[in-house]
Design a protein around this ligand. Sequence first.
Ligand code: SF4
Ligand code: SF4
Length: 306
Amino acid sequence: MVNVVWMQGATDNGCLVSFLNAQQPDVYQAIEKLGVTISYQNTINPTSGKDVIATLEKYIAGEEQLDVLIVEGAIPRGPNGTGMACFIGPKSFAQWISELAPKANYVLAVGTCAAFGNIPAAEPNPTDATGVQWHKKEFGGFLGKNFKSRSGLPVINISGCPVHPDWVVQTLVAVLLGKNVELDKYNRPRDFFGEDITVHDGCPRNEYYAFKISAEKFGDKGCLYMNFGCAGPHTHSDCNRRLWNRQSSLTRCGIPCHGCTNPDFPEGTMPFFQRRRLVAEGWKVVPYLIGSGFMKLAKPSRLKNE
Ligand code: SF4
Ligand code: SF4
């Protein structure tokens, strides 16, 4: 039997809800096939109060083996270093994580809040929130650079706001089967977030991007890069290849990618839905305008009216 504890800190539950929508396999099939027991999960736990505290304490005391610790949500360290901006029973969330993480064979930070801090850690960050082992682009976060779980791996970050359920289920399967999970520079599984994978890949608006046909307003055909600040080309994840609910993605629905898997999300993309200011973003404006003028002229006739 594989023991999994899923702790929720500064979160809106979005990553749990997304995980529960897993398909192929769905959550029940995955749990059954892997022989997993989720012995604690704040939101769906059938028991409460002293019973759940006792369950967690058993892992801390080493009376039961903790195979996987999943952390959802950022870790508030405030106010004044007490961590009591977020607590579960008698202890701060931060204290629970500092006691449970060293006992776990694997620690997964699920969602951008847990991985990098995300919205709870955005300025002015009133609760001094941070990610489990990263603070935005900076390695260290709550557990520090030297932390390794019992398997010898650092915290495995599965970012996304919310996380795609496949990314969680498939990472869980891989670690539990003892497979080597290759990680990128932010300790995320390369299979989903590798340097060669972007949200731009597989977006049906690629042709508009190539021929510089930009959507002017919501609902238009056209690429969302220039007028809506789409972050797809700069964001590493396979949203447009894997799809959400097996059928769609933000850009397929006419909404620009906000770069939610990136470590500097949300500040790195804000303000959302804004027209790009080429000079401010360091672009060479004249070469860009000449290049895009040529591409517009070269567009195939079927795109002439778009
Ligand atoms: S990453 Fe997004 S969806 Fe997941 S807990 Fe944080 S705010 Fe919610
Ligand atoms: S909408 Fe975004 S992801 Fe799609 S082609 Fe344009 S820039 Fe790329």
